[in-house]
Unconditional design. Structure first.
Length: 221
C-alpha cells in the first residue's frame, strides 16, 4: 500500500508545527509568518496547503482534539472499563495527559476555550464543541455508573460532569502556578466520587489513591 503523498506529509508537518506553537503560546500566537519561519517555507507555500489562516487553525484544533481523545479514550475502550471505574479512568487519564506533557502547556482546550467562549465564528464553535464533547463523555460515564448502581440515582450527571471537569482544570492551574503533588488532584477526584457513589462501594475505598487502586484490583479477582 503506498504511503502518504508528499503534499500530505508536508501538510501534516505544518499542522504539527502549528499545534506545538498554539499549544505552548495559544492560538493567538499562531501566524503564517512565524510558521513559515519555523518551517523554512514561504508564506505562499503555506497558503497553497490551507488556503487561509482559518483553515489552518481548524486543522490545528482538530489535531489537538484527536491527540486528546486518543490518549484518554482509546485505552479505556480497549480495557472495556465501565461504571464508576470508567469515570475514574477518564479523570485519571486527563491528569496523565497534562502531567506527561503530551502537548506543551497541558490541556490545549483550557486556554482556547476561555479565549473564545464569548466569540462567534467557525473556530470558536469548533473549540466549544470539543469541550462539550468532553463534558458529554463524562456525563455518559456517570449515567452508565448510575445504571450499574455505583452512582446514586439522585445525582445530576450533567452537573457532576461539570464539577469533575472543574476539579481537573483547577489541577492544571495548580501545576502552572506551582508544582503540586499529582496525588492531591487524584485525591480531590476520589473525594468527589465518594460523594456520588452508592453504598455498593465501601467508603474506605476512597481514602487514598492506593486504597482506590487496591479496591479496583480486588474487583478484578
Amino acid at each position: 500500500m503506498p504511503g502518504p503523498s508528499k503534499g500530505s506529509q508536508t501538510r501534516q508537518q505544518i499542522v504539527d508545527c502549528a499545534l506545538t506553537i498554539a499549544a505552548q503560546d495559544g492560538l493567538g500566537a499562531l501566524s503564517i509568518g512565524r510558521l513559515a519561519k519555523e518551517l523554512e517555507m514561504s508564506k505562499s507555500g503555506l497558503f497553497l496547503h490551507f488556503g487561509s489562516k482559518e483553515n489552518l487553525e481548524s486543522a490545528v484544533v482538530e489535531r489537538a482534539s484527536l491527540h486528546f481523545f486518543d490518549h484518554i479514550l482509546v485505552p479505556i475502550e480497549e480495557k472495556g472499563l465501565v461504571g464508576i471505574e470508567r469515570v475514574w479512568a477518564l479523570c485519571d487519564s486527563w491528569l496523565d495527559f497534562v502531567e506527561e506533557g503530551i502537548l506543551p502547556g497541558g490541556y490545549f482546550f483550557t486556554g482556547a476555550y476561555f479565549q473564545c467562549a464569548r466569540q462567534s465564528g467557525p473556530i470558536p464553535s469548533q473549540i466549544k464543541r470539543v469541550v462539550r464533547d468532553w463534558v458529554h463523555t463524562l456525563r455518559q460515564a456517570l449515567n452508565q455508573a448510575r445504571r450499574c448502581d455505583e452512582v446514586c440515582r439522585s445525582v445530576d450527571a450533567e452537573q457532576a460532569a461539570l464539577e469533575l471537569s472543574g476539579i481537573l482544570i483547577g489541577a492544571q492551574w495548580s501545576q502552572l502556578i506551582a508544582y503540586t503533588e499529582p496525588t492531591r488532584s487524584r485525591s480531590a477526584i476520589l473525594a468527589k466520587l465518594r460523594d456520588l457513589a452508592t453504598e455498593e462501594i465501601p467508603t474506605d475505598a476512597f481514602a487514598s489513591v492506593n486504597a482506590w487502586k487496591a479496591y479496583l484490583e480486588s474487583r478484578d479477582h
